[in-house]
Design a protein around this ligand. Structure first.
Ligand SMILES: Cc1ncc(COP(=O)(O)O)c(C=O)c1O
Length: 436
């Protein structure tokens, strides 16, 4: 008998650990562009992109070909043992596209969390200090160190302590729910200046780095005002603290018009992490940073068996060519504008949408029970996600209160697919309103 969603779900229940859960009930058999298809032949418009991984589209033919070509040559020698061309060529490109003019160096790892682990190692090594400052609502991964850096306890940290030492958390620029009770722009970005107060508690000479997501991903697509990071980076520089941008979710043109989100505010980070859409679904991550900092680590101090795997690097090189040939930066900018217009229209229509925010197509809607009290509406959010899926749209939620709907669709999505996806969302909101 041919497997279907139900039978696979049942089989899965007999072998897969419960903690290794999936958000959606369908099992995927194929994917193309901005569409995914399950084993029963149902198609879904993919607003999730495998969590912001498929910016060039599922099964992009140029990426698939590059992977096949590399597999035919060789699949692994370990860059730390017997290095190869594709990893070097990719390094040249990554150093070139990293924000800022300071000469850069690169190292590879496999997952986003591993890149964050490495960035912390490098920052500590270079500064000879240990403290790492992270933001409220941050998400940096699920390993011991990165889960410690992550903000939300459930499900990410619950029961997994004790956590790694020397991680300090400060409020972020969540303007919709300002932690200081202020209003932008009158606040003059007081949250960025808070760093200086924070030094009263933990002096700067204990702090190696501040690690930020230029637009927070899992934390709710929180995009700070444009002055926030320049102010923060200046405070870091004045106090000998490295400024690190975690671009794992916000990078690779996710935010429209620029390759990396931090470029929108003109800041050159000292170090940066990249993963997700870098290799279109193959496990590859990188730390790219200022040469002086990256090169401070002794040979062999950073690395691993698979980091910079040749098949992954070949895929990433093809991804970067697609960005150039298919003008993905421009595409993402146009997509962001369209999406912004559609979401603002939805906000005008449905009271439950309290906030529309983000940067470019990294866009989200925060759902609230009441626009005045801003009480989060997580149940309604999961209802929308469920109804949307039934109607053929795969969309993911996020946020500290699980009440944010976010978009991470392939940037190559067609206008027709985008409009259809938004109209499914519109229907889902309408059916929710009817039920209330
Ligand atoms: C900003 C950010 N950093 C780090 C990570 C961890 O990446 P990975 O799941 O590949 O370990 C994620 C994953 O969502 C992320 O969004």
């Amino acid at each position: 008998m041919k497997a279907n969603n139900k039978s696979l779900g049942e089989l899965r229940g007999t072998v897969m650990a419960k903690g290794f859960a999936s958000g959606k009930p369908m099992y995927i058999a194929a994917a193309k562009g901005a569409m995914i298809y399950d084993v029963e032949g149902n198609g879904y418009i993919d607003f999730g992109g495998g969590i912001a991984v498929m910016n060039v589209g599922h099964s992009n033919p140029k990426v698939v070909q590059a992977i096949k070509d590399q597999v035919d040559k060789f699949t692994h020698t370990c860059f730390m043992v017997a290095p190869y061309d594709v990893a070097v060529q990719l390094g040249v490109k990554l150093c070139k596209i990293a924000p800022g003019k300071t000469p850069k160096r690169v190292m590879y790892a496999n997952s986003g969390a591993e890149a964050v682990e490495n960035v912390v190692k490098i920052a500590r090594y270079h500064t000879k200090k240990q403290g790492i400052v992270v933001l409220d609502h941050a998400f940096h991964g699920r390993t011991l160190l990165t889960m410690t850096m992550t903000s939300k306890a459930k499900p990410y940290k619950w029961g997994f302590g004790p956590f790694a030492p020397e991680i300090y958390r400060i409020p972020n620029a969540y303007c919709y729910r300002c932690p200081f009770g202020l209003t932008y722009p009158k606040c003059d970005c007081a949250c960025a200046d808070y760093m200086k107060d924070f030094f009263g508690k933990i002096p700067a000479d204990m702090l190696a780095a501040v690690v930020v997501e230029p637009v927070q991903g899992e934390g709710g697509f929180i995009a700070p005002p444009k002055e926030y990071f320049p102010k923060m980076a200046r405070i870091c520089r004045d106090n000998g603290i490295l400024f690190v941008a975690d671009e794992i979710q916000s990078g690779m043109a996710r935010t429209g018009g620029k390759m990396f989100a931090i470029e929108h505010c003109g800041v050159e980070p000292d170090l940066m992490t990249v993963a997700k859409s870098l290799a279109a679904g193959l496990p590859l991550s990188a730390v790219v940073g200022k040469q002086e900092i990256m090169d401070s680590v002794h040979p062999g101090g950073i690395g691993g068996t698979y980091g910079g795997n040749p098949v992954c690097c070949a895929a990433a090189l093809a991804v970067l060519s697609v960005y150039e040939e298919e003008k993905i930066l421009e595409k993402s900018e146009r997509l962001g504008k369209k999406l912004g217009k559609y979401f603002r229209e939805l906000k005008r229509k449905y009271e439950i949408i309290g906030d529309v925010r983000g940067l470019g197509p990294m866009l989200a809607m925060e759902l609230v029970k009441d626009r005045k009290t801003k009480e989060p509406a997580p149940e309604a959010t999961s209802a929308i996600v469920k109804v949307a899926l039934e109607k053929g749209l795969s969309i993911l939620s996020c946020g500290q209160y699980s009440n944010v709907l976010r978009t991470m669709m392939p940037l190559v999505i067609t206008d027709e697919q985008l409009e259809k996806g938004v109209s499914i969302l519109d229907d889902a909101f309408a059916s929710l309103e009817k039920r209330r």
